[in-house]
Design a protein around this ligand. Structure first.
Ligand code: ADP
Length: 721
């Protein structure tokens, strides 16, 4: 619907100046956000200024506020921490400090601010904006700025971006977290004895390593701080164990940002610039964020209030409320963690008399094991008996199925590959045997974790229902494939690990080029016909182009890319990166593109090519995939329980195929051609990649973030990832 689309060509940044700063504790992806703000800002014709050292730089002015250029944010994506510096700033807490900051901004014509930081930084930003006109009045009165300058700069627009680190404790490996102490979940009185008891039991079981995680700010029911020192003393005193304390602090924050962090931050940075361009004097300051896959803008005031309410609830020991206020995603993480980490005594469990089978189908994808672990444990908690099938549908037909218990999946979260064993075989030709196994073991529901074959397999099972009553049971698929090509679902388990592998390799390849050599790398990615990995990997690695099957290209595109690279080599950035999906074109192969670029680039740059193989399936799953696999499989199992109850009550059978992880709904779609879904949300990211690589392109902003309210957002049944 071309006519309803709105393109940002109409949104010009000409004459506007944007200041970007990182403040407070550093978070992963801050540099990617800064890069995106700078490039998007320049792209729309605005001037962008780095404000170094957070609010301190704004207060001190001078060289701390410097105009940014396109090249100045090159090679920044992969760097951890924040390149432009972030300092805590006492001065900004004072009126005097904020007055100086206002003067510095007005002197440079900056009336748009992009603040990347945490709760504290946003609170400061909010206050600054509220005071702005008063500050300008003061500056006029003291003769530091003219009346006219005050009028020209009368409106200050602020957009915030929040670093995500504090909100995601669930990203830690849940298998090793024997005991987690966080501020929102103070342990019950007597926790010290309980902890020691559990640890000594574990030792008796010959478990030699226990990990206790203590979050910054952890407290007991009486608001008394629980510190790592306290835990250490307790363990040594009661049990005499050797105990080591590691403060994660900067380990947690540092290092190379993951592909996910970079993409999220890049999207938010672009969104922040759009929000600034669209702001009018009456628009409230906002925070850009993502809800599911949709960019949203939240009023900064509400975010600040929400944070204050969380703190207040904590101070008043209303811990359950504090968890709720933290948001749905946090609450879900916490509930899933609680459900999976502590084994229930059998007598406490409900008995459902249902048998549920779990299997992996298709190629291995990192995070599959975390999903199996979670499904098994949630299923057991719901009272079912769980069965594990080895080697997919093929193994199932051969009777490779047996009961799986709570302890059998211990330690599975962090392991790569498929511990159950997985095969690509489809079930149709073994359907009689599979039905027989379903009957023998009295299987009442099926949970299939896998890729496109899993999806096709379920369609085949469904088609066979008229012949086999055994197959008339609830079945659900949890998408797990590096290709991220399951119709109806936005995101598959394993895709993040694959993206990290690609991004990591691209980083290394880029770094391997010696400083003086002008070089272009052509990198082939997997994904079948689905261009997700090439596109999103390209965005995360800062590629110049990504060729995919879904977006046909011809010789003119290749030519314009060569010209683009030639131009780029004239600047201080002397490296190019081009990603190519393995099946993007039958004839424009990786070799062809390599040869074409080598010939055309003669004398300007040389080329290297690299075909990324199965390493993309990843070794150990990324924290995101562990977390994601755990959460979505838990949901799928809960859905099975619900269906089993309904099904046995009404006697009606219904098949829903794919669990859409992002939208939290089940979707049934028939689509087999080329194994790519009709709807591919990530195609909308392609213009972003092009913009950030300095191509002129059209970017559809019709579904870019509208101002939402936190309460309304929370009311939607969305489990933000
Ligand atoms: P974070 O942004 O990560 O939560 P801080 O709480 O340390 O980190 O805040 C970062 C900076 O933001 C502070 O050093 C200070 O300069 C500014 N700031 C925080 N709270 C306020 C406030 N209430 N008023 C003014 N400035 C503030």
């Amino acid at each position: 619907m071309q006519d309803t689309k709105k393109f940002f060509e109409n949104l010009s940044g000409a004459g506007k100046s944007i200041g970007v700063l990182t403040s407070g504790g550093d978070a992963q992806g801050m540099n990617a956000a800064v890069r995106a703000v700078v490039r998007m800002g320049i792209y729309v014709g605005a001037k962008v200024y780095f404000i170094h050292e957070g609010y301190q730089g704004m207060v001190d002015g001078g060289d701390n506020i410097k105009e940014a250029s396109w090249e100045s944010v090159s090679s920044m994506l992969q760097v951890g921490g924040t390149v432009i510096g972030s300092a805590r700033c006492k001065d900004f807490r004072t009126h005097e400090g904020r007055l100086r900051a206002a003067l510095n901004l007005v002197q440079r014509g900056i009336t748009n601010l992009c603040v990347i930081g945490g709760d504290g930084s946003l609170t400061g930003a909010n206050l600054f904006r509220e005071e702005w006109s008063g500050l300008l009045d003061e500056l006029v009165q003291s003769g530091q700025i003219s009346e006219e300058a005050a009028q020209t700069h009368s409106a200050l627009h602020i957009v915030g971006m929040v670093g995500s680190i504090d909100n995601d404790f669930c990203g830690t490996d849940m298998t090793i977290a024997d005991w987690v102490l966080i501020p929102e979940m103070p342990p019950k009185d007597g926790w010290e004895e309980q902890m020691c008891h559990k640890l000594s039991e574990n030792r008796a079981d010959k478990k030699r390593l226990n990990i206790i995680i203590v979050a910054e700010g952890a407290i007991d029911q009486n608001n008394k701080p629980i510190t790592t020192e306290l835990i250490k003393d307790l363990v040594v005193r009661c049990l005499g164990f050797d105990t080591r304390v590691t403060i994660l602090g900067h380990v947690q924050r540092g290092g190379t940002p993951s592909a996910f962090d970079r993409i999220l931050a890049s999207r938010m940075g672009v969104e922040a610039v759009l929000a600034l361009l669209e702001a009018s004097p009456g628009t409230p300051a906002c925070v850009v964020s993502l809800c599911g896959n949709q960019a949203v803008r939240l009023p900064l005031m509400e975010c600040v209030q929400m944070t204050q309410e969380v703190q207040k609830a904590m101070d008043e020991k209303r811990f359950e409320e504090a968890v709720k206020l933290r948001g749905r995603s946090f609450e879900n993480n916490l509930n899933t963690y609680k459900l999976l980490s502590h084994r229930k005594i059998d007598a406490e469990l409900p008995r459902s008399s249902f048998n549920v089978a779990v299997l992996n189908v298709g190629a291995p994808a990192a995070g599959m094991n975390a999903a199996v672990r979670s499904a098994v444990r949630v299923g057991i908690t719901e009272g079912h008996t769980l069965f594990a099938v080895n080697d997919g549908f093929e193994g199932f037909s051969k009777g490779q199925i047996k009961e799986i218990k709570w302890g059998d999946v211990g330690g599975w979260t962090g392991q790569g590959g498929s511990l159950l064993g997985t095969k690509r075989t489809l079930p149709a030709k073994h359907i009689d045997k599979i039905a027989e196994q379903m009957r023998i073991h009295n299987i009442n529901a099926l949970l299939v974790i896998g890729g496109f074959e899993a999806y096709l397999g379920l369609l085949e099972l469904q088609a066979a229902r008229s012949k086999h009553a055994e197959l008339c049971v609830p079945m659900v698929m949890v998408p797990a494939t590096v290709s991220n090509n399951i119709p109806g679902s936005d995101l598959s388990i394993g895709a993040d690990t694959a993206l990290n592998a690609i991004t990591d390799t691209c980083d290394r390849i880029k770094q391997s080029a010696s400083g003086t050599k002008r070089r272009v790398f052509i990198i082939e990615t997997m994904g079948g016909y689905c261009g997700y990995l090439a596109t999103v990997g390209g965005l995360a690695a800062g590629a110049d182009a990504a060729y995919i099957y879904e977006e046909p290209f011809d010789i003119r595109d290749l030519q314009s890319n060569v010209e683009h690279l030639t131009e780029k080599m004239k600047t201080s950035i002397q490296r190019g990166l081009v990603l190519r999906n393995e099946n993007c074109s039958e004839n424009y192969t990786t070799d062809f593109i390599y040869q074409l670029y080598s010939e055309e680039g003669k004398g300007v740059f040389d080329c290297r090519k690299n075909v990324l193989g199965h390493m993309q399936q990843g070794g150990a799953p990324s924290p995101f995939d562990r977390n994601f696999g755990t959460k979505i499989a838990a949901k799928a199992m809960q859905w099975i329980s619900k269906k089993l109850k309904e099904f046995y009550r009404t006697g009606k059978e219904k098949l829903d195929v794919v669990w859409d992880c992002v939208k939290s709904e089940l979707i049934f779609v028939r689509q087999k051609i080329h194994r790519i879904p009709k709807e591919q949300w990530w195609l909308r990211l392609r213009p972003l990649m092009k913009i950030l690589a300095k191509y002129k392109t059209s970017y559809d902003v019709s579904d870019s973030g509208q101002l939402e309210h936190i309460v309304r957002l929370r009311a939607k049944d969305i489990s933000a990832i």
